[in-house]
Design a protein around this ligand. Structure first.
Ligand code: NAD
Ligand code: UGA
Length: 465
């Protein structure tokens, strides 16, 4: 079967870029991305491509080519569902903040709403594709919602988790290591899987398109994130040991990464991993393991999160300790708010937690990020509910100029690895700071020796003295 019309529910960091690439690579398919968030859809339709709601290198070019040709962004969810032969569900699945599984399980309310809406609206057979990251066996729940409407519509359910990383989304989509498609091994299920394989085969070699059963596909997505996050927590655990032993974690990472069995990627020590998925997906995995009574399995994976929380906290504590055990009334410049470079996404960014810690110690914080807007930064802090909105605004200043951020500061902390930080005139920054001037590099991106020559007192994550 050759699909001609696709609808994607959810125009976020995954739905937007993924569907833009499918539309660009498959001009014969009409792709409509829908969302209940009218502001987001308006931004996707903005004439000025700088205003797209997601910042991703290369995304604007893809949108420019396909939008209005065979790529459409709309709030008309019902219409798009009705028209589509294949429907991707790419809505958010955050950690539950209430009820059973609070703080651990995935909140599936958006998924369920989508299923109900599809069940109400659909008049022709549909292939439903789980693009969101979901607990293993969610397809079962989807099936029971979809099959109980009695309107004669037949559904095939596929799992097609997304592996793109923010900041490199377009490159990851163009050149995916693999695409994973889970579906039933019945003749119908196989036909549905093949329909999706055919879409990706428009630009990816066939041997990179893996097909599995639904449960393997759902579980593989959680597992992939757990493995990646585990590598970060492992190297971060070592970073603390390096600091007290005089080893340098960058050197250790290079040494172990050269072993082809270990590999060199994802060995960068940091102030802690952030992003919308690692924490939520591991918590979800832990919750699933617990719900099957597998407590040792749950504890094993939970340690990855415990280590990550420890890393964020110990970085903040290190700042306070170094500044003579008090930061009260001291100006600290935070460089970088996004959870990694080349994205405007701030979800679970380590910067939020480090800043919150410093604010609780009554520091005056000035924040600079090249892509994150002031309102977003303040909203992230307000969301924690540690103090009132007024108090946050009294202690926090957000600026558009990095040099201004550091003026009269006691310390600068690098919290996102933006490339531009590497090319700053650090001498100029140093001159305008209070002395002694401290620089805390939470991403190990700067040349410490050069900074020391300039006059800074430096601390680099994972670097022993
Ligand atoms: P997001 O919050 O950026 O986008 C989700 C969108 O879905 C929002 O715009 C929201 O308004 C919309 N939505 C929610 N309910 C809806 C409904 N009933 N009808 C229409 N629209 C609705 O989330 P995201 O980062 O794109 O993540 C989506 C899923 O993809 C999650 O399950 C996530 O775990 C997974 N994922 C994310 C990434 C990533 O890098 N962000 C990578 C791989 C997988
Ligand atoms: C991650 C995965 O890499 C994607 O494959 C997956 O699709 C996605 O989660 C998801 O499911 O949402 P993402 O969170 O966008 O992608 O970004 P990563 O590059 O994985 O970085 C996550 C965090 O780990 C960032 O804060 C990053 O700075 C940190 N990190 C990463 C390190 O601290 N050290 C490293 O060596 C690598």
């Amino acid at each position: 079967m050759e699909v001609r019309t696709i609808c994607c529910i959810g125009a976020g960091y995954v739905g937007g870029p993924t569907m833009s690439v499918i539309a660009q690579k498959c001009p014969h398919i009409k792709v409509t991305v829908v969302d209940i968030n009218a502001r987001r859809i308006a931004a996707w339709n903005d004439e000025n491509l700088d205003n797209l709601p997601v910042y991703e290198p290369g995304l604007a070019d893809v949108v420019k080519e396909a939008r209005g040709r065979n790529l459409f962004f709309s709030t008309e969810v019902d219409k798009a569902i009705d028209e589509a032969e294949m429907i991707f569900i790419s809505v958010n699945t955050p950690t539950k903040t209430y009820g059973i599984g609070k703080g651990m399980a995935a909140d599936l309310k958006h998924i369920e709403l989508c299923a109900r809406q599809i069940a109400t609206v659909a008049r022709t057979n549909k292939i439903i594709v789980e693009k969101s990251t979901l607990p293993v066996r969610t397809a079962e729940a989807l099936r029971s919602i979809l099959d109980n409407t009695g309107n004669g519509v037949e559904y095939d359910i596929l799992s097609n988790p997304e592996f793109l990383a923010e900041g490199t989304a377009i490159e990851d989509l163009f050149n995916a290591d693999r695409v994973l498609i889970g579906g039933d091994d019945t003749p119908r299920g196989k036909r549905a899987k093949q329909a999706l394989v055919n879409i990706y085969a428009n630009w990816l070699p066939k041997d990179r398109i893996l097909t599995t059963n639904v449960w393997s596909s759902e579980l593989s997505k959680l597992t992939a994130n757990a493995y990646l996050a585990q590598r970060v927590s492992s190297i971060n655990a070592l970073s603390e040991l390096c600091e007290v032993t005089g080893a340098d974690v960058t050197e250790v990472a290079r040494a172990i990464g050269s072993d082809s069995r270990i590999g060199s990627k994802f060995l960068k020590a940091s102030v802690g991993f952030g992003g919308s998925c690692f924490q939520k997906d591991i918590l979800n995995l832990v919750y699933i393991a617990k719900s099957y009574g597998l407590n040792a399995v749950a504890d094993y994976w939970e340690q990855v999160i415990i280590m990550n929380d420890h890393q964020k906290k110990r970085f903040a504590q290190r700042i306070v300790r170094t500044l003579f055990n008090t930061v009260s009334g001291k100006k600290i410049a935070i460089m970088g708010w996004a959870f990694k470079k080349d994205t405007n996404d701030t979800r679970e960014s380590a910067a939020i937690y480090v800043t919150d810690y410093l604010l609780s110690e009554l520091a005056e914080v000035t924040i600079y990020d090249p892509k994150v807007k002031k309102e977003k930064i303040l909203a992230d802090l307000d969301y924690l509910n540690t103090r009132s909105e007024e108090e946050n605004r009294a202690l926090v200043n957000v600026v558009n100029d990095p040099y201004e951020a550091c003026e009269d500061a006691h310390a600068v902390a690098i919290l996102t690895e933006w490339d531009e930080f590497k090319t700053y005139e650090w001498e100029r920054v140093f001159k305008n700071m209070l002395k002694p001037a401290f620089l805390f590099d939470g991403r190990a991106i700067l040349d410490t020796e050069k900074l020391e020559e300039v006059g800074f007192k430096t601390y680099t994550i994972g670097k022993g003295e």
